[in-house]
Ligand binder design. Structure first.
Ligand code: HEC
Length: 121
């Protein structure tokens, strides 16, 4: 019985150890892989919005009332706080993209760009 107890403790330690490692590795890998320093509007942000959002959010898309097609329009949604609220699925905002998720790296890039003042670069 004693041996069984010891074996059980070892098994529990191993299992929790393995879980912690894989969680950390995922975050570490995501951090390494994701460049949040080079985040210019024209090179990085606009293409992300084009790919994921502009099918619904083009100029004059009266269904959404939000255009993300050009810098001036995107800046409006940055300044009223709705862009980050929507893509980070924060309470009080319509979660975007509608019916899906933006990948973590794209969210980090948009957030980094907003935090440096959302320049038209
Ligand atoms: C399939 C269509 C569709 C796609 C794709 C989509 N949206 Fe939307 N979006 C909508 C609709 C419809 C609304 C307005 C409905 C609502 O408020 O629930 C909206 C509202 C918004 C709002 C206003 C949210 C608020 O709470 O005021 C923002 C900001 C927004 N979208 C950003 C985005 C971004 C950024 C993407 C891409 C990552 C995206 N959307 C992708 C359809 C879409």
């Amino acid at each position: 019985m004693k041996i069984l107890g010891v074996l059980c403790s070892i098994a529990v330690l191993l299992l929790t150890g393995i879980r912690c490692t894989s969680d950390n590795e995922k975050e570490y890998y995501g951090g390494l892989d994701c460049d949040t320093l080079q985040v210019s509007y024209s090179q990085v942000i606009d293409p992300i919005l084009d790919r994921n959002c502009n099918a619904c959010h083009f100029t004059g898309s009266n269904g959404t009332g939000v255009s993300l097609e050009n810098y001036a329009d995107v800046k409006k949604v940055v300044d009223n706080g709705r862009l980050l609220g929507a893509i980070k699925h924060e309470p009080g905002f319509a979660p975007m993209p509608q019916g899906g998720d933006l990948d973590d790296c794209s969210i980090s890039k948009i957030e980094a760009w907003v935090n440096k003042g959302a320049p038209n670069d």
